[in-house]
Design a protein around this ligand. Structure first.
Ligand code: LLP
Length: 409
């Protein structure tokens, strides 16, 4: 966990300045203890249902993080063939993997079928047809959940809301019912469940409750037709506290799910952010200082290619100096070297004095940080380090210029 002591900022007992010196910057640092604590906290909130927790790999797909969770019984929610293979390589059993996404290719469907995953979360009737044709030709039944779009507003950033009526995800209730009936009638498909994921960084339990009611109605309609499902997957999206937001009240959510869902089917959850956001830091070094238009600018060596969230969603990650200096705080823009005005880590943020070479820690960067990073501006991607049992271990080396150009012909 993060501590502010006399030796400056530290994570699980290791000084972040020292980590920056040893591994260089920009650097992602994760606490293994923080990840496993979150997994256990989630399990304890949902203890009554004992759900299968399918970690949404897209939040942070480093193999060390996946295997940390897999080692404690988590499954995986994957959205590409690449994620499926990463999950398998990190030790997630195939029968704990659900495969989501609106645009799975034929190769990806075939891979999921060959691996023997728990379920495909099917998002359109054409996808269901493609999966059935594939299952028939490979003489292997395909396990299916249909993704229901309940048409609820999750009250989150529009870029991460997924259940508005015109959203590209899932199908509306009448079609979900038809597709599940179709799957149940097919020799090559196995209708296993309903899935629903309404968005990300949700802090209000009410949209989940509305969605759960819609899922329950569809299940009841199916039951009247004699179709009984084994799985109900209520997705991820659990919001965390970055700055002043309140965390989603998980215990209330768990008891409403209990009250709203029929007994019988196994509950699946697909949390990504909630498990890993708090566990990660992005360390950056101060390169230069200047002012412009009356504003103080601090230019650091991490940029929007390393952490896209501030630029993409206006996300506000707390930022702390590794070793605070005495002096007044001033409103500061903390920006990266990329040639775009949207390249900032924080805008108009209160920050004490800093000098060239100082280390700044961007907090709560464990989710959708490295996994969304790019090589834009031909910047090699950052290194990643895992702190476990008082030791820091490199879990992804820093990229080199050669890594960037070698695929080019
Ligand atoms: N299941 C499905 C089908 C999803 O699409 C997602 C996330 C999750 C689970 C996990 O959601 P979580 O528990 O992490 O909220 N890049 C954005 C977040 C995009 C989320 C995309 N889908 C961000 O940095 O805020």
């Amino acid at each position: 966990m993060l501590e502010r002591g006399r030796g400056g900022l530290s994570i699980d007992g290791l000084a972040v300045e020292e980590l920056a010196r040893r591994f260089g910057t920009p650097l992602y640092v994760y606490s293994a203890a923080a990840v496993t604590e979150r997994l256990e906290a989630l399990r304890s909130a949902f203890a009554a249902q004992a759900p299968l927790i399918c970690y949404a790999l897209k939040a942070n797909s480093n193999r060390a993080i996946i295997s940390l969770l897999a080692g404690r019984g988590a499954g995986a929610d994957v959205v590409s063939g690449g994620e499926l293979l990463r999950a398998r390589a990190a030790g997630v059993p195939a029968d704990r993997i659900v495969f989501s996404g609106v645009g799975k290719t034929g190769e990806e469907l075939a891979l999921g079928l060959k691996q023997g995953i728990l379920a495909f979360n099917v998002e359109s009737s054409e996808e269901l047809e493609a999966l059935e044709a594939l299952a028939r030709s490979s003489r292997q039944r395909a396990p299916v959940m249909i993704r229901l779009n309940p048409g609820v507003d999750a009250g989150t950033h529009p870029h991460v809301a997924t259940a508005l009526p015109a959203s590209k995800f899932g199908v509306a209730a009448p079609q979900a019912l038809r597709l599940l009936e179709r799957a149940a009638a097919s020799r090559w498909l196995r209708a296993r469940g309903i899935q629903c994921h309404i968005g990300s960084q949700i802090t209000d339990p009410r949209p989940y409750e509305r969605a759960a009611r819609a899922v329950a109605r569809t299940m009841a309609a199916l039951a009247r037709r004699g179709i009984v499902l084994e799985l109900v997957d209520l997705g991820g999206g659990f919001g965390v506290r970055y700055e002043k937001e309140r965390e989603l009240p998980l215990r209330r959510l768990a008891s409403s799910f209990c009250a709203l869902m029929p007994a019988g089917p196994r509950l699946i959850l697909e949390p990504g952010r909630w498990l890993v956001a708090d566990a990660g830091l992005l360390l950056a070094r101060v390169l230069y200082r200047k002012s412009a238009g009356g504003r103080r600018l601090v230019i650091v060596d991490a940029a929007m290619n390393d952490l896209a969230r501030p630029a993409l969603y206006g996300a506000r990650h707390p930022i702390l100096p590794a070793r605070p200096r005495r002096g007044p705080e001033r409103r500061t823009d903390i920006v990266g070297p990329i040639c775009e005005s949207v390249d900032f880590l924080a805008r108009a943020r209160r920050l004490g004095p800093v000098e060239r070479g100082d280390i700044l820690a961007v907090l709560k960067a464990g989710a959708y940080g490295f996994s969304m990073s790019s090589q834009y501006n031909s910047r090699p991607r950052a290194a990643e380090v895992l702190v476990e049992g008082g030791r820091a271990r490199l879990i992804r080396r820093r990229e080199t210029l050669k890594d960037i150009v070698s695929p080019e012909r």
